[in-house]
Every structure is written in structure tokens, then in C-alpha cells.
Design a protein around this ligand. Structure first.
Ligand SMILES: [Zn+2]
Length: 293
């Protein structure tokens, strides 16, 4: 924590303890090749909240998803404004679902990284943010594709099972449990898009480059998540900046922003006719009540 921050803190708020080396925290909180910058366990909860402004080995994991939220919100608002949507209009529901599910996974993740160091119980509780990832991925699938919903559930179950089943040092089976169901879900979801990318000229559809971008971001994020590179090549040098998990967060945020752009591009041609239908039906349904009043 900076000296300036400590100066402005009310006396009742306990400042977070200085960070310690990996050997001074339980093995659950040690990451391979990260040697320092760990927050001690069993501090007051408020210390972990205030550690938002402290330099530690989870700082960038928190801030990458915390800052992605306002960026996403601003981009979302600009798109909604361009379309002329209002929040009380059900035709804006796909955009709203996207925003809510994306913010859910971003902020569950930020909370997990900020607070999980409190204790072993907190670590397992807060990493239920695995629920947020399928919520983000399957926001459309739950409604339209039972298969995608099933794989979304399976990826959540696989991640939770791996978290509870395996202890450090983690065996390769842990990544298998996390990545195989998530990979299957992604392949199912992305298969129609991949088909279009291969069969339709990219100049015909302005959305295709964004599809390619979001696929590239997702696959790269899966690589950095599963391999935790580059820290094995620079032990102790990625304790604060440059961890594979931080790169995974940035790529996942870029993937979400590309998906927002895609949703806008794909939704735009349908919005005006959908909105007209909604107004006609809503007004017809509401007319008797309006005349009584
Ligand atoms: Zn994370």
C-alpha cells in the first residue's frame, strides 16, 4: 500500500500487512514460479478489500477484470445509443443479457482474486466464480441451445470438481477436468461461426473479422490459462507483472469486447423490424387498458 493511501485511511481501517514470500503462505496459495508478493492469510477482511491498492501478486488479476467492466459498459452504452434502444424495451433484451452475464463473470473473478487469500475456506468459496464463466459463455445457449447449456453446466462442474479434488502440486488431470468440458462447449458454440469463416468471403460480412478476433483471443487465453507461461522461463520475475493468468484475463476481456461488437453488428439489421413488431403488439395489447383509464 502506498504511503499516500495509508495517510488518507481512517484510523479504524487496518492497513493490509506487507506481502511475504511464497514459502510463508500455505501451499494452497503458492503458484509455481511465483516466489514473492503473497498476502498473508487470516488478516481482517477489510485488509483484503484495501489490498486493491496494494502491490501484490494478485493485483493485476483483480484490476484487469475490474477495469474491463467500465470499458465494456461504455462500449455497450454507445451501441445501445446508436440503435436507439431503451432499457424498458424487450427488443434490447439480447444486449442486456450480454451485459449482465459479462459483468457477472468479470466481477465474480475480480472478487475471487481480491478476497480468496483470506483462508482456505475463502479460497474455495470465492472460486465459485467458475459459475460466472459458463454464465458468460452460455447466455444465449441457455435459451436457444440445450446442448450448449449442457456443456456450460459440464464445464462449471468440471472446474469445481478439479478445484475440490486435486491438491498442490496439481497433476495434469486437473487441467483436463477444467479444459475438456470447456473446450467441447466452445467447439459446439463456435461451429456455425467457424463454418461461415471458412465458406463466406470476409469482405461480404463485416462481422467475420471480429469473429476471427474473438476466436483467436479465446484460443490464446486458453493457452495462457492452461500452460501458465511465461513464468516457468523467468522464475521470480513475474511475481507482480507478466503472469500467464494476467495475460489470460486481458485476452478474455478482449474476447468479450469483440463479442459485444459482434452482437451489435449481427443484431442491428433485426432491431428495427423487431422494435416495430414489439410496439405494434404492445400498443394493441395495451389499448383496452388505456381506453378504460
Ligand atoms: Zn482469474
Amino acid at each position: 500500500m502506498t504511503l499516500a493511501m495509508m495517510y488518507f485511511l481512517p484510523f479504524s481501517l487496518p492497513p493490509p500487512s506487507p506481502t511475504v514470500t511464497a514459502s510463508q503462505v500455505p501451499s494452497l496459495f503458492r503458484e509455481p514460479y511465483i516466489l514473492s508478493g503473497c498476502r498473508p492469510v487470516q488478516q481482517d477482511w477489510r485488509c483484503y478489500l484495501l489490498s486493491l491498492f496494494q502491490k501484490h501478486n494478485e493485483s493485476l488479476n483483480v484490476w484487469t477484470h475490474l477495469l474491463a467492466g467500465p470499458v465494456l459498459l461504455l462500449r455497450w452504452w454507445a451501441n445501445v445509443d446508436t440503435l436507439g434502444c431503451t432499457l424498458d424495451d424487450v427488443t434490447s433484451l439480447p444486449l442486456l443479457l450480454f451485459l449482465v452475464s459479462s459483468l457477472t463473470y468479470l466481477y465474480l473473478s475480480a472478487a475471487a482474486h481480491l478476497l480468496q487469500s483470506h483462508s482456505e475456506r475463502a479460497h474455495y468459496f470465492f472460486f465459485l466464480d467458475y459459475v460466472g464463466v459458463p454464465a458468460w459463455r452460455e447466455r444465449v445457449g441457455v435459451i436457444f441451445l440445450p446442448g450448449a447449456a449442457f456443456f456450460g453446466w459440464l464445464s462449471c462442474t468440471g472446474c469445481c470438481y478439479a478445484k475440490f479434488r486435486y491438491r498442490r502440486p496439481y497433476p495434469p488431470q486437473r487441467k483436463v477436468c477444467q479444459l475438456i468440458p470447456t473446450g467441447l462447449a466452445y467447439v459446439l458454440d463456435i461451429s456455425p461461426v467457424a463454418h461461415r469463416l471458412l465458406t463466406v468471403s470476409w469482405s461480404q460480412e463485416p462481422s467475420l473479422p471480429f469473429h476471427a478476433l474473438q476466436i483467436a483471443c479465446f484460443l490464446l487465453s486458453a493457452l495462457f490459462f492452461s500452460c501458465s507461461i511465461p513464468e516457468p522461463f523467468f522464475p521470480g520475475n513475474c511475481d507482480f507483472v507478466g503472469q500467464g493468468h494476467q495475460i489470460f484475463h486481458v485476452l478474455l476481456s478482449l474476447c468479450t469486447l469483440s463479442q459485444l461488437r459482434l452482437l451489435y453488428l449481427r443484431f442491428r439489421p433485426f432491431f428495427v423490424p423487431l422494435h416495430r413488431l414489439y410496439v405494434e403488439h404492445f400498443e394493441a395489447a395495451a389499448a383496452p387498458f388505456v381506453s378504460i383509464m
